[in-house]
Write a protein that binds this ligand. Structure first.
Ligand SMILES: Nc1nc2c(ncn2[C@@H]2O[C@H](COP(=O)(O)OP(=O)(O)OP(=O)(O)O)[C@@H](O)[C@H]2O)c(=O)[nH]1
Ligand SMILES: [Mg+2]
Length: 368
């Protein structure tokens, strides 16, 4: 069985690529499974994957490395459900050190698994970085970003459609120089052919290769994790005028603008608006400046569910306060009822991997 692990910073496009790849593979009769993972308990990514009838499991309340047993259980349980040919497992976007804490332990305990690690990076951010323009986050967060890129079997420079030709050329040259030992793809994950190419490369990487574990400063890594507050929540919006979906978008925009106004750096703000047989995912990431979303009317619906996942560089208390404020204002200004089924905000804890296999590959492999 193949296990395709995905790492890479918040909002770089991991879930999008997994969803697109699964749809392609399922069309061809390949059995797939997905394991989603994030810091909280109500995950937009899990609900999104499930809505495409893709067999899924989730690892909640922390990253794969700290919840290694949940990851193993997820793999076993998918195996029982449909014995997948391929499992995609997406790690938390602020997690790193995957080789030492996930890949090597799995290789040791499940030698039959063929594991490949793709690390996704947003092309716009990578281009800025290569020009020496600092990322908008604290140094400790930047440290995680850089460490993630170091451990890729395949480095997927994603969202290339957001660059013009000149920028693309520049980026290609620079990335090839920056990561001379990695397999590099330049990808638009919304494009079928690009996903097919990624799948072909995944298929042909030797999953049994002996990789180097990262040399990493856990105090810096832990500090970076902690600086990005997590918030998750589920709301039900009920609207007498059948405009519940539109009001969800108003609430989303309100929350986004409040965070923007205070200039709190956004890792990823993601939302899933859902009703029976209809859904819309909305994302704000650190590279895209989408402006106000959706000015025309969405579908007419009396009620929708709204899942919120936010990762923002601010204290959890402030993040929760802003979100509550946005809910109150939206309710007051739009004559709707909003039921808050649970809103949780917290600061992620220090990473404590269950296993960490630190040995590096023999030097002859390092050269290759
Ligand atoms: N233009 C463009 N947008 C993309 C591409 N890939 C993903 N996106 C968009 O980027 C946003 C974030 O994508 P996700 O797939 O949710 O990112 P992620 O890496 O799973 O994020 P986390 O789970 O928070 O770490 C969404 O709005 C996607 O539609 C791409 O290749 N091109
Ligand atoms: Mg995701």
């Amino acid at each position: 069985m193949k296990l395709y692990l995905l790492s890479g910073f918040l909002g770089s496009g991991k879930t999008t690529a997994i969803q697109q790849a699964c749809l392609q593979l399922m069309k061809k009769g390949t059995r797939v499974g997905v394991i989603t993972n994030d810091q909280g308990a109500q995950l937009v990514d899990s609900a999104f994957i499930k809505s495409f009838q893709i067999p899924g499991r989730e690892v909640v309340n922390g990253c794969f490395c700290c919840n290694y047993t949940q990851l193993e259980t997820g793999i076993q349980s998918l195996k029982k459900e449909n014995n997948p040919d391929v499992i995609f497992a997406e790690s938390v976007g602020s997690c790193t050190d995957i080789i030492a804490t996930v890949v090597k332990p799995l290789q040791q305990f499940y030698p039959e698994l063929e594991i490949v690690l793709s690390v996704f990076a947003d092309a716009v951010i990578l281009l800025k970085m290569s020009e020496g323009i600092p990322f908008c986050f604290d140094d400790d967060v930047n440290y995680i970003y850089e460490k993630q890129l170091e451990e890729a079997d395949i480095l997927v420079t994603n969202k290339t459609d957001l660059l013009d030709d000149k920028q693309s050329q520049l980026l290609r040259g620079r990335v090839n120089k920056m990561f001379p030992h990695e397999k590099i793809l330049f990808q638009n994950s919304l494009r079928e052919e690009d996903i097919q190419k990624w799948l072909n490369v995944l298929e042909n990487v030797d999953g049994a290769i002996n990789r180097n574990s990262l040399e990493i400063n856990y105090n810096k890594y832990g500090a970076g994790e902690a600086k990005l507050a997590w918030l998750d929540g589920e709301l039900v919006i009920a609207a007498k005028r059948n405009n519940a979906a539109d009001v969800a978008v108003i609430l989303i925009n309100n929350l986004y603008h409040k965070i923007q106004r205070h200039q709190y750096p956004i890792g990823h703000l993601k939302f899933l608006i859902q009703a029976k047989d209809w859904q819309r995912k909305i994302s704000f990431t650190s590279s895209l400046e989408p402006g106000v979303r959706q000015t025309h009317s969405l579908i007419k619906l009396p009620q929708v569910n709204l899942l919120i996942n936010a990762r923002v560089q601010v204290s959890p208390g402030i993040l929760e306060h802003i979100c509550q404020e946005a809910i109150r204002e939206t309710m007051k200004n739009n004559d709707v009822a909003i039921l808050n089924k649970g809103l949780t905000a917290f600061q992620p804890g220090y990473p404590k991997p269950v296993h960490r296999i630190a040995q590096r590959a023999p030097s002859e492999n390092i050269e290759n």
